[in-house]
Design a protein around this ligand. Structure first.
Ligand SMILES: *Cc1c(COP(=O)(O)O)cnc(C)c1O
Length: 391
């Protein structure tokens, strides 16, 4: 820990623990003490830790071919894109390495779309929502409408983003400069807030009528987290552009920008050295196949029901600590009475060897592996109750 402070740039507030290994939703520290993981990283390892099929695919592909540049054909990348095309119902892909990169690509795609539509008087503004989160690059920071993310330390930021208070306010913010609206259907950092389905469908219809692109940032809510492959599918909409990352390759870095507009980019418009390597594509393929299977056999829906039941119990048992339950699928939140209570719950849970997350100012966030087993769920909630009983 001392060397961490010396050799690493200090950008994270870290917990005092060193994990050595894991299995499914259980992590072990250097003393072999077990922790129940209700975080999956931050919604990343949806198939759990040390998944055997993932390990096998990584090792086999590493012995064959890890990387060529994207100037050569890559059959695994095509196979993955074809899989996503089928799962999503007709989207084509660009592969990168993270959520922020997937969103950068979406922003470029939208701006080029605006340019092609009207070269003399190009529309380029993208409307985003307060309490959104879209990433840490200079563009995605500015897309993130929370003022706390636009510190003077890092200015100047890029322009072209307009903020709306909420879904209802988006219509008021639209003008002739608007090229796209970018939203999360379930806000990950903004209090695990699931948007209203009817309002979202109404917005999607309005944008289609106006010829404005709808970009949905599913970096956290996509890849079966909402209960379906896409959160957009859970909402019954078909956005123009969807971004994915976190869970797409179970912890192997990958981002994907999905688009219905295939003819906007031409060679040279965008690129990525590492995007969609043989290795990354194979791991993502394996991840998607496994998650698709978990969905088919009913395991994901079973876990969603189980979590829902447990969270409702907690809400009812501790009315002095919590005010409401939020989210969708296995992306859930318990809103606390205040931010101090939230900080205490996270700390006490950690003491009881349970990992949970914070979201927004006062929401306790749950992002368990989709593959979590019943025993891990029970054990995790037992530890949570032990923590809450002390508050
Ligand atoms: C995590 C996240 C991002 C950023 O992803 P990185 O891989 O950290 O760049 C963007 N949007 C949402 C909704 C996220 O949850």
């Amino acid at each position: 820990m001392k060397e961490d402070k010396k050799y690493l740039l200090q950008t994270y507030a870290k917990n005092e623990v060193k994990f050595k290994r894991g299995i499914n939703a259980t992590l072990f520290d250097e003393n072999n003490v077990d922790y129940i993981d209700f975080t999956s990283g931050i919604g990343v390892v949806s198939l759990g830790h040390a998944n055997k099929s993932i390990a096998k695919e990584i090792s086999q592909q590493a012995k064959k071919l890890i990387h060529t540049s994207n100037l050569f054909y890559n059959d695994l990348q095509v196979k993955l894109a074809k899989k996503i095309y089928k799962l999503s119902g007709g989207y084509s892909c660009f592969f990168s390495n993270s959520g922020a990169e997937a969103n950068e690509c979406a922003i470029k795609l939208a701006r080029k779309y605006g340019y092609l539509k009207n070269k003399e008087n190009k529309a380029y503004d993208i409307i985003t929502l307060e309490s959104s989160f879209h990433g840490r690059t200079l563009a995605t920071l500015k897309a993130t409408a929370q003022e706390s993310f636009h510190k003077n330390d890092f200015s100047p930021y890029i322009g072209g983003f307009v903020y709306a208070k909420d879904i209802d306010d988006i219509e008021n913010k639209i003008n002739e400069k608007t090229v796209a609206v970018m939203i999360e259907l379930i806000q990950g950092e903004g209090g695990v807030m699931a948007q209203d389905k009817k309002k979202v469908q109404k917005l999607a219809k309005l944008l289609k009528k106006l010829g404005i692109l709808l970009i949905v940032d599913e970096v956290q809510s996509g890849v079966f987290r909402s209960g379906n492959f896409l959160a957009s599918q859970s909402y019954g909409i078909k956005p123009d552009i969807i971004t994915l990352a976190k869970a797409i390759a179970n912890g192997f870095p990958m981002g994907a920008t999905l688009s219905l507009h295939k003819d906007v980019f031409v060679p040279g418009d965008h690129g990525s050295t590492f995007g969609g390597t043989f290795l990354a594509s194979r791991v993502a393929l394996c991840t998607l196949k496994n998650l698709e299977n978990l969905k088919k056999i009913g395991k994901i829906d079973e876990n969603i029901k189980l979590f829902d039941k447990k969270l409702n119990k907690i809400l009812n048992k501790y009315p002095n600590l919590f005010v409401s339950i939020s989210g969708m699928g296995l992306m859930r939140g318990l809103k606390c009475k205040n931010d101090e209570i939230l900080a205490n719950i996270i700390k006490k849970s950690f003491d009881k060897k349970l990992l949970v997350l914070k979201s927004g100012r006062q929401t306790l966030r749950f992002l368990p592996p989709l593959s979590i087993n019943e025993n891990e769920v029970k054990q995790g909630f037992k530890r949570l109750q032990m923590a809450l009983d002390e508050l």
